[in-house]
Ligand binder design. Sequence first.
Ligand SMILES: NC(=O)c1ccc[n+]([C@@H]2O[C@H](COP(=O)([O-])OP(=O)(O)OC[C@H]3O[C@@H](n4cnc5c(N)ncnc54)[C@H](OP(=O)(O)O)[C@@H]3O)[C@@H](O)[C@H]2O)c1
Length: 306
Amino acid sequence: MKYFPLRNSDIQISRIALGTWVFGGTHWGGSKQTDCIKAVHAAIDLGINLIDTAPIYGAGISETIIGKAIQNKRSKVILANKCGLLGKGKNITNNLTAKSIFTEIEGSLQRLKTDYIDIYQCHWPDPNTPLKETMTALAELKKQGKIRYIGVSNFNNELLEEAEQYAEITTLQNHYSILDREIETNALPYCRKHNINVLCYGPLAGGILSGKYTEPPTLEGSDARNFFYKYYKGEKFEQVTKLLEKLREFKRPLNQIAINWLLAQSGVSSVLVGARNAEQVKQNVEATTWTLSDNEIKIIKQNTIC
Ligand SMILES: NC(=O)c1ccc[n+]([C@@H]2O[C@H](COP(=O)([O-])OP(=O)(O)OC[C@H]3O[C@@H](n4cnc5c(N)ncnc54)[C@H](OP(=O)(O)O)[C@@H]3O)[C@@H](O)[C@H]2O)c1
């Protein structure tokens, strides 16, 4: 495993992190708790120290599973957690008020069976709460020792700049993959300039970039691959299939090509890869054993569909 220094800290975060949205089960066609626990243990054994979760993932299920998995291993893990999305199913609201954050963190600490969270991130912006209130609340949690660093997610440059007026922002977590490259024109250059660590999510676009689908999968209506990652049917599916055919010429596992392409991008600190079992974790961590050539990186850019 390779590591990257976390801003203004003595912490090194692993360049591949474990994403655990899938642990929540909902939105991912279910998940098995025992497999998820094994995935966490495999990740730690393979040198992953950064684990990302959120209370919204399965309404606390993901956090609860991680809490079980990291008992007696807490010191080996940098826990990245989130706040600001409340509710269940289709009834989800944004709430980054101080009152809500102070309540939310207590539930998260309990489920994770820990007394601190390393990186506490605003999950999505809350247009109804002044950022000053949110950041002041997070700075207070930092002072109390309940969190160590403040992060934001899905923030644009304007919001980042405003947030930085009130607290030190250590990380930005945004969407970034071969198929989703909007970050390159805005947040990524900003973070490079301001020394903010970028954690990218959705590196496999929900799994499709692993190349495992020869035809569009059948998914429940509420599946993340229907409403969040939109490459699983129709023309988009065909376009991704064509791109993957080109990438197969590299003679490397496609999941690793997708991860390595992100690792090669300047400004990316860590790639959050979701995995539902130990085998997927192993296959993804293998990406750190080789790198793409400059020419391969160029070919990916030339064949992009976004
Ligand atoms: N801040 C935000 O708003 C936000 C949004 C999204 C995600 N995230 C975070 O980022 C993490 C990563 O994103 P993600 O999980 O949504 O998407 P992802 O990493 O692109 O895809 C993960 C999914 O791909 C499949 N997969 C993983 N490894 C594989 C392998 N080696 N071979 C074949 N299939 C494989 C698994 O699903 P199947 O087994 O079902 O195919 C897995 O759940 C999340 O878990 C979460 O922690 C944050």
